[in-house]
Design a protein around this ligand. Sequence first.
Ligand code: NAG
Length: 333
Amino acid sequence: MRRGTVIFLVISLIILGVLVNAFSTLIALLFEKGGATPIDPSEIPLPGSDLSANGTQLIPKIIHQTYINATIPNKWQEGQQACVDLHDDYEYILWTDEKSRDFIATEYSWFLETFDSYPFPIQRADSIRYFVLDFYGGIYIDLDDGCNRPLDPLLNYPAWLRRTVPTGISNDAMGSVPHHPFFRKVIESLEYYNRSWVLPYITVMYSTGPLFLSVLWVEYLRVDPAPEDAVRLLMPAEYKGHDYSFFNISKGSSWHGKDAQTIFWMGKHWFLLTVAGFLIAGVIGGCLWWVWSSCVMNAGMTSNGKGGKRRPWGLWRRLSGGKGRYELVERMA
Ligand SMILES: *[C@@H]1O[C@H](CO)[C@@H](O)[C@H](O)[C@H]1NC(C)=O
């Protein structure tokens, strides 16, 4: 075989391996047994009922949110204010870009280099929430998730994540005790997952976002955590859309903050977009293969004076040992 062919095959195999590896994660997500740890509606008292008899508070009363700076856009102010007003016995911390970086530099300096190196600001916004949950514990809430009722019933679990449909979890609302083994695993995995996947969307989702978190969560379930290390799931009906739901998603009708809206939207439809992203990557790969085999390989044949017709399946014919076989034999001899 020609050297060009070998190199191309090796590169293709590597790319294929990476894609299959990535797809297998998605396939594993489709079969995840996450349904095994939902928060049952019966565990959650109706709004306004007496909470004192219901379980033991584990998660500290702290609400974390993130934004670029302390100037919250109008469209999210109402939701943010609802979270503050419904929880006057909670500490409220807004993690601005500056405050986030200072916090990482002080408490997790081993991560600062990675934190600074992220090409997309949303990767810093994603990762900071895992660190503050590890350090302080509490409940993290995206700014476009306004509060609909007091979160107290959600303090009775060691940790919880929000279930997404059709699979996986999101990172827009989650709660934890400090130093929970799941969030420890998450922060310790960030460096390893800090890779570029060419498409910005996949890079963000798989390095710090919901896909990254879902993969770690599936891995975490495999070790069958003890009850005190459990991660429970907030199911869709308890998340939004009913008067007993905890959150109230703002539509974001405002004219500014388009980027942020897009990012929130992507975070909520991450599974669909990820599958689409991998399909696009596959199609691009297929096109490259086609271009390579129709131009480069056949050009080689042409210059050799044999099998001169340009055909997209030229490479396939040569490898599958059709009419082109004698050429290979000739070349190797
Ligand atoms: C906060 O960030 C927004 C968006 O980048 C910007 O328009 C605004 O001027 C900033 N506010 C302050 C006080 O820096």
